[in-house]
Each structure stands twice: as C-alpha cells, then as structure tokens.
Design a protein around this ligand. Sequence first.
Ligand code: FAD
Length: 317
Amino acid sequence: MAEVLVLVDHANGTVRKTTAELLTIARRLGEPSAVFVGEGFDAAKEALAKYGAEKVYRVESADVTDHLVAPQAEVLAQLVASASPAAVLIPSNSAGKEIAARLAIKTESGLITDAVDVQAGEGGGVRTTQSVFAGSYSVTSTVTKGTPIVTVKPNSAAPEEHAGAAADEVVSIEVSEAAKAAKITESKPKEATGRPELTEAAIVVSGGRGTGGDFSKVEEFADSLGAAVGASRAAVDAGWYPHTSQVGQTGKQVSPQLYVACGISGAIQHRAGMQTSKTIVAVNKDEEAPIFELVDFGVVGDLFTVLPQATEKVQAA
Ligand code: FAD
C-alpha cells in the first residue's frame, strides 16, 4: 500500500488535533507516514502512533527549524522523491498553504487547497471536496499531474484512533541557501489565556457587534464551560477582540460540539465558519435575526442579562 505523507502540526512536540484528523484521512488513502519537523519528537510519538502513523520521518536539523517555511518544502520534496507517496496532506493554515505551494512547484504536482474532505479517487489519486462561496457550493476536484498535494481545513474529519507503529526514521537533508533566505529571529509564546485553542475546542462561545465591545460576559460564560472564545468580523474589525479569534469565511472554521453565538446576526460569511457545529445556540435581542434560522436553541434577549444567568446556572450545576 502506498504511503500518504502527513505534515505534523505541533508546538514543541504537542501535536495539534489537525494532525490526528489528517492521519485519519490518510488511512483512507493508503499507509499514513507522519513528517515531524522540529523539536519534541518524544512527546509527539505517542499521539502519532495513536492515530495510525505507521512511520515517522524526523527532521531535527537547525537548518530547518531556525528558518521559515521554505526548508520544510525542501524536506517534503525530498521525501516525495524517495517515498513516491500516494498523496501529501498538509494542514490548511497560512504556513501549511505556503509549504504546499512551494512543494507543488518543486515536484511539478497539482495542488488543492482548503479541502474539507479527501477520499481515494477511482484508479488511484484522490478526490477532494472544497466548500466555496461561504458554503453555498461544494466543488469536487482531483489532481491530474504529479503527486496530489492537498491542504485540509481543520475539523474536516473526526479523529479516529488506530494503533500505528510510528517507527521513526531520521531524515538528514541539506537545505539550500535560497531556502534559508528568511530566518526566525525571535519566537514568543502567546500570552496564555487558559482557554482551549479555537479550532480545537469542544465548545466555542462567540461575541459580535451586540457586545458593544464588552466581551466580559462572553468570556465569563465561556470560562464556566471551559470553552474557547470566538468573535465575528464586526467585533474584530472594531478592535474589540484579536483577529486570531475571528470565526467565518475569512477567519477560522470551527466545528465544535456546541457553538454559542452572542450578539451575532448570522451573516452568511459568519455562518461559513461555524455552521457545521453539532449544536448551535444563539442569544440575540432581535427575534428576526437571521442566526435564528440556523440554531438548535435560540434565546431572544439581551446578552448582558442572559449570559450572567447562564453562567450562574452552569457554575451551580
Ligand atoms: P451585526 O450584523 O451588526 O449583528 C449584531 C447583532 O447583535 C444583531 O443581530 C443585534 O440584534 C444583536 N444585538 C445587539 N445588541 C445586543 C445585545 N445587547 N444582546 C443580544 N444581541 C444584541 N463576518 C464574520 O463574522 N466572519 C467572517 O469571516 C467574515 N468574512 C467576511 C468576508 C467578506 C468578503 C465580507 C464582505 C464580509 C465578511 N464578514 C465576516 C462580515 C459579515 O458580512 C457581517 O458583517 C458580520 O458577520 C456581522 O457581525 P455581527 O453579527 O457581529 O454584527
């Protein structure tokens, strides 16, 4: 069975959920091999084995870790040449998309970005699905040249555990001078909020223009549930919440078990980032707000009255 390479998304060995999703998808296509670049392999190994990585290519050279994305594309290009994989799956984040684009050029292969589903194609190859125009259309594509390179959006598959050997093989690589043209000079961890990562959280509570810039009630409710905090673009553009928290077409795509939209009208561009959530709840003082067309449970009321009551109930439970 042909190998399927998965670029591991991790922070010092703490493997992000997207990697488990990609390994799950890779198993539909062939034999998953993880590509681990950076430090902390010992911490990562268990997670990679748990989600079915049969092999792990380890790259720990400072040539790769001290630089931005270009060396990672060189590593993957080398592995594509030596392992002839059936496909390469890469997380659809900004670094992942740049790595994928560089890899496609180096290997003269077709590239599909932002897939929400990847299946084995007829007669080999892959068949991908992309969701476009804010989720109004689904596009099915296939790569017709070279090795299929696909960036996959978070939450495109439910991670399934499957024991893999995760046999590691150290990859040594000479990184070209051109790939080392940009160097990381400083890397600071984000200020810890104690909240889960937005795209990985089981519960997301988001605030919109209806907060008037005061996210305290949204945050308190989120904390009572152990949830991540998201925001609409209106809230982000007003400078009330960081851009990294934006949910939607031009923000992050989330698919938690529970999504609570507070003071958010439900514009199509916001829905594009959250409509696949398992249960959707909205708090909005306008009973005509379009978000109510989408919800499983709706509360018509002022979020500054409703959320403190909800927080109190959760804390008392
Ligand atoms: P509004 O639409 O102004 O809604 C505010 C809501 O709060 C109203 O329904 C109101 O009834 C309610 N409200 C007010 N006060 C209270 C209160 N005290 N208690 C309860 N409810 C209250 N938007 C995104 O979110 N994400 C994106 O990624 C995104 N990408 C975009 C891309 C493009 C190309 C374009 C053109 C737009 C994009 N937008 C995106 C913007 C989107 O069209 C909307 O403008 C935006 O989502 C509106 O945000 P909102 O719901 O917070 O604000």
